[in-house]
Design a protein around this ligand. Structure first.
Ligand SMILES: Cc1cc2nc3c(=O)[nH]c(=O)nc-3n(C[C@H](O)[C@H](O)[C@H](O)COP(=O)(O)O)c2cc1C
Length: 159
């Protein structure tokens, strides 16, 4: 069973989780930044990590998710919004819809620290985005606890 791990990450949050997933798994496995990722066709299981932009997976991930067909998939999302918020759930549902014919082995939503520049930009809007109120709590995430929660979930789903 060949595992492909692909992540999209601007500031490192999603990369951190993808690397933890990679370390946690045994057997044939490969990990790629989405910019260099091969097509998923030759793999049995695809783990994809993305960050939220406008309440959805980031643009590179939206494109890649459409290429994952008829696979077993585990989805990892990082975002400023709280993991149990409607915003986080909706974004994950969007991702699930894009992977056609796939079996979803599991999902993991995690807060990811938002860069100061983006916090400033969001704060300056007449109506800040809905995730903005949760974003201060994203500071320091993903942390060790997030990583061990992911590792536990991924091992249960895949081993
Ligand atoms: C341009 C931009 C747009 C963002 N939009 C959202 C959003 O719609 N919802 C949200 O919860 N977080 C949003 N965020 C926060 C990021 O998704 C979050 O910090 C994420 O963990 C970044 O992941 P990375 O470090 O792997 O790049 C946004 C961040 C950026 C830079």
């Amino acid at each position: 069973m060949k595992i492909l791990i692909v992540y999209s990450s601007q500031t490192g949050n999603t990369k951190k989780l993808a690397e933890a997933a990679y370390e946690a798994l045994q057997g044939p496995k490969e990990i790629y930044d989405i910019k260099e990722a091969p097509l998923p066709d030759e793999y049995d299981i695809v783990i994809i990590g993305f960050w939220f932009k406008k309440g959805k997976p980031d643009p590179a991930s939206l494109e890649y998710l459409l290429k994952i067909k008829n696979k077993k998939v585990f989805l990892i999302a990082t975002h400023g919004a709280a993991p149990d918020s409607e915003h986080a759930k909706r974004g994950m549902e969007e991702a699930k819809k894009l992977v056609q014919g796939c079996e979803i082995l599991g999902t993991f939503n995690c807060q990811g620290e938002v860069s100061p520049k983006i916090m400033e930009k969001a704060a300056s809007k007449p109506t800040p985005p809905e995730w903005f109120k949760d974003a201060p709590l994203a500071k320091g995430h993903p942390d060790q606890k997030d990583i061990s929660n992911l590792v536990q979930k991924i091992k249960q789903a895949i081993l």
